[in-house]
Design a protein around this ligand. Structure first.
Ligand code: UFG
Length: 329
């Protein structure tokens, strides 16, 4: 018998891929999403979608009452580092305030397991690479800070009430469902891979490479790109651990790629160069972010499957080429 779950933000990029993974193994899912950045078309027609907002405790109550959920996966959040530097209060409200309401609802309705979308951004400028879970937390933005605050709330919800949680720190989520049904569609788009693909396809102006004077071999920033379907499977692996204890995991591949390497991979996959310009650094970008995923590997056996950058880019390319207007098509 499958289990049943509430997935907040299940109409978004990573959330929709988790919904697909849950359903593939026979679980029942209810999606709770305000559709501010998510897409109705990303939720399968036979999955109940509660079009609600986490500012509304009554709506959360109504979604949870009598459902007997085995757990909650909480993706719904604001997630842009630069945006959070302009409007920190919005991030604390949407990410911290809303998470608190959701935790309270879990306690009220007897939902004992909570999986939380955290971020590599809580490490700020890391002291060492690859980054392990217990390395120094020093968020460089309100976004990273807001996610760390939720991790701390969950820590105390566990200590005081026994709420089991998984805090999953994503590095750079990328790619698209290899079956071609789901993909990345942000408005506005700010992420490197979709912007580079669109530049190669001539749908956008040349990509601006943010900074070429970083202390890296080619001068551009290095990131750990992890395929979104691998992120989804990591959620299932982490959830299975919650019978024993709460867990915190860094989710990445242990390898990094520079911006120039990403552009080269996009060019190889698409068979055409990525038009680009060289621009100034984007404020707040650390030079290198690479995860050590050793803890989740050791404790759950999880490992990313799509590790080659070109394979990750190829899934993103296939989806964008087939969906020029994203989910609006
Ligand atoms: N970049 C460019 N030009 C662009 C866009 C991005 O050069 O037009 C560069 C960035 O400077 C960075 C790299 O490409 O060096 C990746 O940038 P993204 O915006 O795609 O991703 P970030 O690393 O900034 O952030 C992502 C998520 C965050 C998360 C972080 C953790 O958006 O939520 O990964 O690693 F916190």
């Amino acid at each position: 018998m499958g289990q049943s779950f509430l997935v907040t933000g299940g109409a978004g990029f990573v959330g929709s891929h988790l919904v697909a993974a849950l359903r593939a193994r026979g679980d029942a899912v209810v999606v709770f999403d305000n559709l501010s950045t998510g897409h109705r078309a990303a939720v399968p027609e036979d999955v109940p979608l509660v079009h609600g907002d986490l500012t509304d405790a009554t709506a959360i109550d109504a979604a949870m009452a009598g459902q007997g959920f085995d757990g909650v996966f909480h993706f719904a959040a604001l997630s842009l580092v630069g945006d959070s530097m302009r409007q920190p209060e919005r991030y604390f409200s949407a990410n911290v305030g809303n998470s608190l309401r959701l935790i309270e609802a879990c306690l009220k309705h007897g939902v004992g397991k909570f999986v939380f979308s955290s971020t590599a951004a809580l490490f700020g400028m890391p002291e060492r690479i690859p980054i392990a879970e217990d390395d120094r937390v020093d968020p460089g933005s309100p976004y990273g800070e807001s996610k760390h605050m939720v991790e701390r709330m969950l820590h105390w919800a566990d200590r005081v009430h026994g709420l089991r949680y998984a805090a999953l720190r994503y590095f750079n989520a990328a790619g698209a469902d290899p079956d071609g049904r789901l993909g990345e569609d942000h408005q506005p788009e700010t992420h490197l891979i979709p912007l580079a693909i669109d530049a190669a396809l001539g749908r956008r102006p040349p990509l601006a490479v943010f900074g070429t004077d970083y202390p890296t071999p080619d001068g551009t920033c290095i990131r750990d790109y992890v395929h979104v379907s691998d992120l989804a499977s990591a959620h299932l692996a982490a959830f299975a651990r919650l019978d024993d204890s709460s867990v915190t995991y860094n989710l990445g591949s242990a390898s990094g790629h520079s911006v120039r390497e990403v552009l080269a991979a996009v060019a190889r996959v698409g068979g055409q160069p990525v038009p680009h310009t060289l621009a100034a650094r984007r404020p707040g970008d650390p030079a290198v972010l690479i995860a050590s995923p050793e803890r989740i590997k050791r404790e759950t056996g999880w490992a990313p499957r799509l590790t080659a950058l070109e394979d990750i880019v190829a899934t993103a390319w296939a989806w964008r080429a087939a969906h020029p207007d994203g989910y609006r098509a």
